[in-house]
Design a protein around this ligand. Structure first.
Ligand code: ADP
Ligand code: MG
Length: 238
């Protein structure tokens, strides 16, 4: 069964068609990267999968279950944003454990899950700090840790590295690849960076103006792009 299935998904804002009939299957454990130029609908698509935005028409299924009517908290997903979106008044530990606590998980269990995620991300020494006392890279690791603690079926990343400097981008990208291997989770990852797409993806979905332009394994797209747009985006030789 697919981890994620999109069937003829569309989105209109007013009269503007932003997502224009997208069909897609993502297998369990797959690392699927959405690429495309700014404004092509990457974030909108991710937000519809997360339930932060309604679909105008079409179906979204997560693990075979139709989720169109489910609120974000019931979709078994976790999303990591470019802007971290941490609570400034809470410690790292409480930021990471908040969603589980709100779901009624016993305190001891929350602490165990938080400690394990902190260990995976080398955040143990920072658990009592507040976001303001962390670097940008550390904040993004906390945001990733917060996603892991919830043990989602599906991880959604929206340009998680774009606020980091070049060296940290590489380090955090390697960290995300390692987590993907260790957790065996399904990940959907939005970026407009070719290097991130080529190094992280099992499958790349090239989006253009709300439609899928081409889908394939990184090297297949690189060696055999359908058109110049895909070639340009993947960095194939002209
Ligand atoms: P990307 O993430 O690929 O840069 P977005 O999904 O953010 O693209 O945006 C796709 C298009 O939808 C853009 O033209 C954007 O202006 C428009 N859009 C996004 N959110 C809204 C909204 N809430 N209301 C109206 N238009 C929106
Ligand atoms: Mg975006």
């Amino acid at each position: 069964m697919d981890a994620l299935t999109l069937t003829d998904v569309t989105k209109k804002f007013g009269r503007t068609q932003v997502i224009d009939g997208i069909d897609l299957s993502v297998a369990p454990g797959e690392f699927c990267v959405f690429v495309g130029p700014s404004g092509c609908g990457k974030s909108t698509l991710l937000r519809m999968i997360a339930g932060l935005e309604d679909v105008s028409s079409g179906q979204i299924a997560i693990g075979g279950r139709r989720v169109n009517e489910l609120p974000p908290a019931r979709r078994e997903i976790a999303m990591v944003f470019q802007s971290y979106a941490l609570y400034p008044h809470l410690s790292v530990r409480d930021n990471m454990g908040l969603a589980l606590r709100q779901a009624g998980t016993p305190k001891a269990e929350v602490l165990t899950a938080t400690d394990r995620a902190a260990d995976m991300l080398s955040l143990t020494a920072l658990l009592d700090r507040r976001p303001a006392d962390l670097s940008g890279g550390q904040r993004q690791r906390v945001a990733i840790g917060r996603a892991i603690v919830r043990r989602p079926r599906l991880f959604l990343f929206d340009e998680p590295l774009s606020n980091l400097d070049a060296a940290l981008r590489v380090a955090t990208r390697i960290e995300i690849a390692r987590l993907h291997r260790e957790l065996g989770a399904t990940m959907i990852y939005v970026t407009h960076d070719q290097v991130e797409a080529m190094t992280l993806a099992h499958k790349i979905v090239v989006l253009r103006a709300g439609r899928v332009e081409q889908v394939g394994a990184p090297m297949d797209l690189y060696n055999d792009p359908d058109n110049r747009f895909v070639a340009g985006f993947i960095g194939s030789p002209a």
